[in-house]
Design a protein around this ligand. Sequence first.
Ligand code: NIG
Ligand code: FE
Length: 408
Amino acid sequence: MTTTLLPGDVIWRNGRLATLDPAIDTPYGLLEHHDLIVRHGKILAVTPALANPGCEIIDLQGRLVTPGLIDCHTHLVYGGNRAQEWEQRLNGVSYQQISAQGGGINATVKATRAASAEQLQHMAQQRLNALMREGVTTIEVKSGYGLNLDDEQKMLRVAQRLAQTNPVEIAATLLAAHATPPEYKGDPDGYIDYVCDTILPALWEQKLFDAVDAFCENVGFSVAQTERVFAAAQALGIPVKGHVEQLSNLGGSALVGKYHGLSADHIEYLDEQGVMALRQGGSVAVLLPGAFYFLRETQRPPVDLLRQHNVPIAVATDINPGTSPFASLHLAMNMACVQFGLTPEEAWAGVTRHAARALGKQHTHGQLAAGFVADFIVWDAEQPVEMVYEPCRNPLRCRVYRGEARFL
Ligand code: NIG
Ligand code: FE
């Protein structure tokens, strides 16, 4: 290689690099005995060892290295919890019934509105710590429990503050179209007007989010209402994504495809037409096995169809108080394999390369390759499958964010 190294460069020498680079034709894009060269927080090169490089060298001693993990769908910021609601569900009350009684999402809206920004930040920090300890270096965080201008703003500012105070990149998503709040009860269209005309443009103006999401479902918003939100976002040049086909097949994925959305998330009820729409739209299918498990769903997402049509599959925690109270991406990978039949390699692609695409970051995140951010994890493990196989044993040895190492 011809690159001249500079004194500030750092060489991570002799790694077993699971690059997740699709251009490398080995399982996991594995390269044995390779170096990662880091300059200014980015990967400068992935290369066999160079002689006399003249810069700092950190010896990996053959350890396994992967890209930093990306959790591309979370509701990390929220007030309260819904443990009692869960108990009700186990006593036979359905998610839809609880939602109709003003429980469900609106119970968390009440708790989130009542909480101060400091309280929300403190609680979200605990969840973030758990994810960062597992090797997560990029995380998407949604609003959606404020449902008015001030409280959506409060949630997104908490996400912004978390990004400023932690070695992690946060992609914020406006999910104001998550549920109809009590003050608009019976008037979801009136609420959608408020989202499109007031919340969305005002918070975009403040640069508080990067994408717009909506919950397209019988207990959420119709396809027509969701489309109004997507159109408002598109008019401002904002990418969209959707909670779609989670509990029924409304056709929200086709809408995501039509708007070239970043991702369609949940998708248990997705059909082949919807799969083809995602393919045409260039959208990622995001699987959320924690919610499937916690809601005791039985309809599985159409993984074989997604494979046949080459739709990239991502995996995320969906951490939230109602349907997926699990701050573990390793667990989500395990569940995606056990419940949905993903291979461990697909699960890894789902929390790296494909998760990056679901955030529009596929050219800079989710692979160990030249030009990508220097976010990577050194593991005390032989094979990437180990973190998927045994999600409660965390073999993370060193977490590197933008070239800065933190040994645990
Ligand atoms: O991703 N499906 C809608 N939204 C969340 C659940 C939110 C809640 O129940 O608080 C989800 O599963
Ligand atoms: Fe969600």
